[in-house]
Design a protein around this ligand. Structure first.
Ligand SMILES: Cc1cc2nc3c(=O)[nH]c(=O)nc-3n(C[C@H](O)[C@H](O)[C@H](O)COP(=O)(O)OP(=O)(O)OC[C@H]3O[C@@H](n4cnc5c(N)ncnc54)[C@H](O)[C@@H]3O)c2cc1C
Length: 405
């Protein structure tokens, strides 16, 4: 593990910082069109699809360069680009498993946000146990006919295309009968219904497919390989933005400390309460541990190694930490955490919610639960860590929640 940045990395960071100073949107990025414009700017500067090969429109950048861009964006609280699932999951899946024709057809339009994507994996009875999925894709000669239901589809309401897992064989072991497809969301057989979330926003959807059509040319990999392909996709979800995440949490922490200085209870500033100080210190220490964990992952990636099950450690620790951090924020702020316009800066949390609203501390608190569920819940990460890192015995069906004892 190397904690020093090379002179090239330092120079690259300076260059990125200067670009952001020049180009960061001065106005609020609220609508999808605003976000597309900002996305396009980032793409033209070479800051999107950075790790993808140059031949397909990426920048062929090193993991460290990607981390530096994400980190600098977090430092200035830059809005995220749109098409997060296209960039983070679908694109890399096509890069690794797609045909040349698929790469030609889809990748550039993901990078430019001309086409927005969603991920059609989870179903009402197939989340953690994804291999139980029931949506079917039946061969109809030159295309497949798709029937079934997906749920928790982020960005489903705006997506033009979806990365779909569907069952193509019911006679083999459940994970062997799944295939992967690219499905046009803008067709009569696809009905998208937004779901209202606890945060008040509706970026999730239910997606109902009734005799929907998927072209044969849009099958990814071979029939029955969908499970293996999904594992790479989920791998991308678990990798990633670790360093940038710590940077944003730390700047939020600074705001929380400022709020604790301003707020008084029983005539005394909260920051002078030893318990509050201790709790704030604890979160800061945890964040520092996260930073070193992120640097360790980055060092591995730079060496061309894959973090493997170690990704589960990162996912588990940051998502649980985010929850503890937001619990503390609510404890300190109380109702001040709901303030928006006109409130002092430290009582607002200008986080980018990627849904056209800059969020409050209360929003972030409600949202913080999500990290412990998506891309493999905390319990699932613990299973992976137990089995693949600690070498504990494998979970059996009887160990699962709800199993008869
Ligand atoms: C913010 C967010 C965005 C999402 N976006 C998408 C998306 O775009 N596309 C998509 O397809 N899906 C998406 N999902 C769905 C997500 O992948 C699932 O919610 C997740 O896989 C968990 O599945 P589930 O909700 O069905 O819960 P379940 O699998 O039913 O789990 C319920 C509870 O049981 C626990 N549990 C389950 N199995 C075990 C076990 N074997 N051992 C111990 N405990 C267990 C879980 O940890 C959890 O606490 C998203 C979810 C969230 C929160």
């Amino acid at each position: 593990m190397d904690l020093n940045y090379t002179p090239e990395d330092v120079a690259y960071r300076k260059q990125v910082r200067a670009w952001l100073e020049e180009n960061l949107p001065r106005e609020e990025v609220r609508t999808l069109d605003d976000r597309r414009r900002w996305h396009r700017k980032l793409y033209e500067a070479g800051y999107l699809g950075m790790g993808w090969p140059k031949e397909v429109g990426g920048a062929g950048a090193r993991p460290m360069e990607q981390a530096i861009v994400a980190d600098e964006m977090a430092r200035v609280n830059a809005p995220a680009p749109t098409n997060g699932l296209g960039l983070g999951i679908v694109g890399p899946t096509i890069v690794v498993h797609g045909t040349d024709a698929q790469k030609q057809r889809y990748l550039k339009k993901i990078l430019t946000a001309e086409e927005l994507w969603c991920q059609l994996y989870s179903e009402p009875n197939a989340g953690s146990d994804l291999a139980a999925l029931k949506t079917s894709a039946v061969d109809a000669g030159d295309h497949f006919v798709v029937n079934g239901q997906k749920i928790w589809t982020s960005s489903g309401a705006v997506a033009d295309w979806g990365l779909l897992l569907a069952r193509t064989d019911t006679k083999v072991a459940k994970h062997k009968g799944i295939s992967c497809f690219l499905m046009n969301m803008r067709q009569p057989g696809v009905d998208v219904r937004p779901l209202k979330q606890i945060t008040g926003s509706s970026e999730f959807c239910e997606v109902f497919m009734t005799n929907a059509r998927v072209e044969k040319a849009d099958q990814i990999g071979k029939l029955g390989e969908g499970w293996a392909i999904a594992q790479t996709t989920l791998g991308y979800e678990r990798g990633g933005r670790a360093l940038a995440r710590v940077t944003s949490y730390q700047s939020q922490h600074h705001r929380l400390v400022a709020a604790a200085r301003r707020l008084k209870r029983h005539g005394k500033a909260l920051i002078d309460d030893p318990l509050v100080r201790q709790k704030l210190g604890r979160i800061w220490a945890d964040l520092e541990v996260e930073r070193y964990g992120a640097l360790r992952t980055l060092t591995m990636l730079e060496r061309g190694e894959h973090p493997g099950a170690g990704g589960s450690l990162t996912k588990l620790s940051y998502s649980e930490l985010e929850k503890r951090f937001m619990d503390l924020a609510m404890e300190i702020l109380g109702p001040y955490g709901q303030l928006t316009d006109g409130a002092p800066e430290e009582f607002r949390l200008e986080i980018d919610t990627a849904v056209g609203d800059r969020g409050t501390w209360a929003y972030a608190y409600l949202w913080s639960r999500a990290g412990t569920i998506y891309a493999g819940s905390s319990e699932i990460q613990k299973n992976v860590i137990g089995e693949r890192i600690l070498g504990l015995p494998k979970e059996t069906r009887a160990d699962r929640p709800g199993a008869a004892r």
